[in-house]
Ligand binder design. Sequence first.
Ligand code: FES
Length: 228
Amino acid sequence: MHEVVVVGMSVEDPADRDKLARLPGVHLAFLQLADPPLTRVLTDLADGGATSVVLAGYSGRGEPPARSWLRRVAAHWLREYAGPAPELLLTHELLLTADPSELAELVDQATRQPRPVTGSESPLTSPAWEEVPRHRHQVLVCRGPRCAARGAGETAAALTIELMRHRLGDDDVLVTQTGCQFPCNQAPVVSVQPDDVWYGGVDAAAIAEIVTEHLVGGVPVEERRLPR
Ligand code: FES
């Protein structure tokens, strides 16, 4: 008998925690920005004597990260776990639906013929990730609960498109998704470092202005700036 772990993949999936927690007979874990992390859930299951665990990646909102990340993290845990590890299996497909009525059936289908995680998969590290990246600005996009509920997903998507439109890469503007940055009443919140400029109510129109005037032109958008 398999234990089934549904793993929220993207930064937005923690917002679906309550929906996922209602799925019958599954454990819940997250790959990023929320507890419990997958590694802790796997350790708890292994310590509790589980012999077989199936991982089903979930992403009900927006773009999920590559499924390979789930495989890498699972393989990392397999290599590191000190005791006798359970058989670890991964579904072929991600669960890509925001519809709660479809989820239980999808979990059932996806977990019927999973493939094994062997521990020989790619590591969590890469030479490309060794150094702190050079960048002119770092834009911190709040994906905390209040900002997420008030459109931070659309804000982040608009930022990606606008940076591409201006041909700005990671060397120019490093975008980082964060948890709550605290001025939740001003959601969605975006801050620009090292300038220490904070913006509130950042919708797609605001993003266009912030990118053009601040990140390209070097001048903060005063009328959208939060007081410091
Ligand atoms: S949730 Fe974004 S500032 Fe608190």
